[in-house]
Write a protein that binds this ligand. Structure first.
Ligand SMILES: Nc1nc2c(ncn2[C@@H]2O[C@H](COP(=O)(O)OP(=O)(O)OP(=O)(O)O)[C@@H](O)[C@H]2O)c(=O)[nH]1
Ligand SMILES: [Mg+2]
Length: 316
């Protein structure tokens, strides 16, 4: 456990290698955060957490790279977490192929990490804990890339202070199909690849779709960008900072924090139940018996599950 304290101290002193190793440990066993909890949770949290979501290939990573490059010009420190459910093998690896952020300017102020997940959750526990670590280390902005596979990632508004929904020209049909889901979650809507034709059509479709949605206070911004041509990036950052000011002046930033903490607890409970269940399943012959009965059709799956849960909670 000394190792953990050394790593967090190294990370506090600015070592990205130490930070990277620390996150790897947290990924393989979230329980380790208990040891370093005093370094993490009492800190004054100042990071602004930005979630970028949207369908595959709309340009989330490219856009994040441009935003990061712009922010570093003003000496801000930025942590980037790219959560990728499509590569279950590379858990804990550094940048995967799908994370095209290679054009981020090298800077001591930037930490990038990709994280694979097989979970269906908006964000796995390890990613939430990594956000907390980055926050405690004093990063100004923490940017999360999550894919909106099929249906957009609605859970994102539970952990991000500012949600950016990225679309591209021609996404009109998608908007129609998903209207209810996506028009409620974005604080900022970005039509990226606006160097392509039809960007204005999509822009207007989004404005129109947002008209139907009743929102209190914050009126979602709609912007056009081109990540590859570096157009609209400053405007995007201004919109992010405006939303941040809005959250602070209305004290909604506290509500966001509460939601994130609640999500941390919920995911920790799930994690512990799953771990405990796996242990019980591996150890207990009575569980195997339930499986055998199920396979032979002598018990239904829900009753068998009741049996497993009973054993699990009794075995404590
Ligand atoms: N024309 C144009 N192409 C862009 C723009 N932004 C990104 N691209 C291209 O679109 C492709 C996908 O970009 P990414 O940034 O990887 O998109 P993504 O949303 O992160 O993709 P996934 O993580 O795979 O879901 C790449 O070939 C980019 O070069 C843009 O503003 N204009
Ligand atoms: Mg990407």
């Amino acid at each position: 456990m000394d190792q953990l304290e050394d790593l967090i101290k190294g990370a506090i002193n600015g070592s990205k290698l130490a930070l990277s190793k620390l996150i790897t440990l947290v990924e393989s066993n979230p329980e380790v955060v208990k040891v370093i909890a005093n370094f993490i949770w009492p800190k004054t949290h100042k990071a602004h957490i930005i979630g970028f979501t949207g369908a595959a290939g709309v340009g989330k990573s490219s856009l994040i790279s441009s935003v990061v490059n712009e922010l570093t010009l003003n000496n801000y420190s930025i942590g980037v977490l790219a959560v990728d459910p499509s590569s279950p093998v590379s858990g804990g690896s550094l940048l995967g192929d799908r994370v095209r952020m290679t054009n981020i300017r090298h800077s001591d102020n930037v930490f990038i990490r990709s994280m694979s997940t097989t979970s269906e959750e908006a964000l796995p526990l390890k990613a939430l804990l990594s956000i907390e670590i980055l926050d405690a280390l004093g990063y100004d902005y923490i940017i999360i890339e999550t894919p909106g596979v099929g249906q957009f990632n609605v859970g994102i508004s539970q952990f991000a202070d500012t949600v950016i929904l990225v679309l591209m020209p021609g996404a009109g049909d998608e908007i129609q199909a998903l209207k209810a889901g996506i028009m409620e979650i974005g604080d900022i809507y970005v039509i990226n690849k606006s160097d392509r034709p039809d960007a204005d059509i999509t822009f207007n479709q989004i404005l129109f779709a947002l008209n139907d949605v009743n929102r209190n206070d914050w009126i979602p911004r709609v912007l056009k960008t081109s990540a590859t041509h570096r157009i609209g990036i400053k405007e995007l950052i201004n919109a992010i900072n405006d939303h941040r000011s809005y959250l602070i002046t209305t004290n909604k930033i506290e509500v966001k924090r509460m939601l994130r903490r609640t999500m941390e607890l919920n995911l920790s409970i799930k994690y512990k139940i799953t771990s405990k269940l796996n242990e019980t399943l591996m150890r207990d012959p009575r569980v195997k018996n339930l499986y055998d009965l199920l396979v032979r059709g002598q018990i239904n799956p829900l009753s068998a599950a009741d049996g497993v849960l009973e054993l699990m909670f009794k075995s404590n």
